[in-house]
Design a protein around this ligand. Structure first.
Ligand SMILES: Nc1ncnc2c1ncn2[C@@H]1O[C@H](COP(=O)(O)OP(=O)(O)OP(=O)(O)O)[C@@H](O)[C@H]1O
Length: 349
C-alpha cells in the first residue's frame, strides 16, 4: 500500500515538529526516515500510524484520505525500540496475540492461527524457541519476535521506530541485513526511523533526510550520498572537511565553503597545482583503514584524511610519511553549494 503525506504540519507548543511535509512512499518500498534527535522523525511516523493527529495536512493510504482513520483501522504493524513482549506469555502466544484478540467473526480458526504463527516464526528463523518466554531470549531475538508479532495481522504498512537502537553494534548489523532480506521476501511497505546514517544506507530503498521538521532530501541512498542537496545532508551522511573559501587558498572568498570527504583527498610527496601543504599530526589505524590528521601549514587548521591501511604503509616507505612530516593534499572531488543569489534567475541576468 502506498503512503502519501501532503502539506503536513504539527507543532508542540512553540516547537514546529513537522513543517509542511510532503512525501510519497510507493507500495512495497522500505524507506528510512533519517535525521538527528528532535528532527521530527518519530512524530511523522506516529502521524502516519494514526497515533498522533496533525494540526493540518493529510495522510493518504493507497490514494485514500486516512488522516482521520482510527489507528486500529489503518492496518499498520509496529516495532519500537523497546517493544515489550508480554512477559507471561510464550513466544508462540506473543505472536498469536493479534489474531486471538480479533472479534469472533474475523478470528481465524485455531489450526489456522497455529499454522500462521509457525510460518512467521520460521520466517524470523526462531521457530525453535516457540515455547520459551521473552526473558529467555536475547535482545536481538526479542526484536525479531516483535517483528513476527507485528506481521501476524498481515499489516499493509510496517512502521519501525529505531527497532535495533538498544542492541549492540554487531547484533544491529546482523539484524539490518536480516530485515533487508525479510523485506525483499515480504514487500510490505515499510517506514523505518533511524538516526544512524550507516543503518539507513544499508537497509533502505530510499532515504528521507529530516532536519528541524523539514525534509532536506529524499532519494536512493547512493544519490543522497553522492549528490547531497544541502550542506546539512552532506555533513549528516558522513565525515567531511570544511574549507572556508577555496580549499587551496586559506580564508579567500569569504562566504564560499568547499567540502571534501576524508577519503577523497590524495596524499602527495610534492606539491601540485591545487594542492595544499600540510604536516602530519597523527595517524590512527582502525580496522582496514588509517585515519590521518593533518595540520595546514598556512592557517594551522586540521584536515582529516582516510586511506586503506596498506596505502598508509606504502606512503611511509615512498614519501616518508610520519608524524611531523610535510605532505601535500589534493582533493579528488570537491562539493560546493551555490549561494542563494545564484539560485535566483533574476539575479543571474
Ligand atoms: N508529545 C509531545 N509533546 C511535546 N513535545 C513533543 C512531543 N513529542 C515530541 N515532542 C518534541 O518534538 C520534537 C521532535 O520530536 P521527535 O520525537 O519527533 O523527533 P525525532 O527526530 O524522532 O527524535 P529522536 O531521534 O530523539 O526520537 C522534539 O523537540 C520533541 O521534544
Amino acid at each position: 500500500m502506498s503512503i502519501e503525506v501532503r502539506n503536513l504540519n504539527k507543532r508542540f507548543g512553540q516547537t514546529v515538529v513537522c513543517d509542511n511535509l510532503n512525501l510519497d512512499i510507493p507500495a512495497g518500498e522500505l524507506v528510512a526516515l533519517l535525521g538527528p534527535s528532535g528532527s521530527g522523525k518519530t512524530t511523522l511516523l506516529r502521524i502516519i500510524a494514526g497515533l498522533e493527529v496533525p494540526d493540518s495536512g493529510t495522510v493518504l493510504f493507497h490514494g485514500e484520505d486516512a488522516t482521520n482513520t482510527d489507528v486500529r483501522d489503518r492496518q499498520v504493524g509496529f516495532v519500537f525500540q523497546h517493544y515489550a513482549l508480554f512477559a507471561h506469555m510464550t513466544i508462540f502466544e506473543n505472536v498469536a496475540f493479534g489474531l486471538r484478540v480479533r472479534p469472533k467473526a474475523t478470528r481465524p480458526p485455531e489450526a489456522q492461527i497455529k499454522a500462521k504463527v509457525m510460518e512467521l516464526l520460521k520466517l524470523v528463523q526462531l521457530d525453535w524457541i516457540a515455547d520459551r518466554y521473552p526473558h529467555q531470549l536475547s535482545g536481538g531475538q526479542r526484536q525479531r519476535i516483535a517483528l513476527a508479532r507485528a506481521l501476524a495481522v498481515e499489516p499493509k504498512v510496517l512502521l519501525l521506530d529505531e527497532p535495533f537502537g538498544a542492541l549492540d553494534a554487531k547484533v544491529r548489523k546482523e539484524l539490518r541485513r536480516w530485515l533487508r532480506r525479510l523485506h525483499d521476501e515480504m514487500h510490505v511497505t515499510s517506514v523505518f526511523v533511524t538516526h544512524d546514517q550507516e543503518e539507513a544506507m544499508e537497509v533502505a530503498d530510499r532515504i528521507v533526510v529530516m532536519n528541524h521538521g523539514r525534509i532536506e532530501q529524499d532519494g536512493p541512498p547512493d544519490e543522497v550520498y553522492d549528490h547531497p542537496a544541502t550542506p546539512f545532508v552532506l555533513q549528516f551522511l558522513g565525515d567531511v572537511n570544511l574549507f572556508h573559501g577555496r580549499y587551496d587558498r586559506a580564508g579567500a572568498g569569504q562566504g564560499e565553503v568547499s567540502y571534501v570527504r576524508p577519503h577523497e583527498l590524495q596524499i602527495l610527496g610534492q606539491p601540485r597545482e591545487g594542492s595544499i601543504a600540510v604536516t602530519l599530526s597523527q595517524a590512527l589505524t582502525v580496522g582496514p583503514n588509517t585515519r590521518l590528521e593533518f595540520k595546514r601549514v598556512d592557517d594551522s587548521s586540521y584536515v582529516d584524511v582516510e586511506v586503506p591501511r596498506t596505502e598508509y604503509t606504502a606512503l611511509r616507505e615512498s614519501i616518508g610519511l610520519q608524524a611531523g612530516a610535510t605532505a601535500h593534499l589534493l582533493p579528488r572531488r570537491v562539493t560546493r553549494f551555490d549561494s542563494e543569489v545564484m539560485h535566483d534567475p533574476a539575479a543571474a541576468i
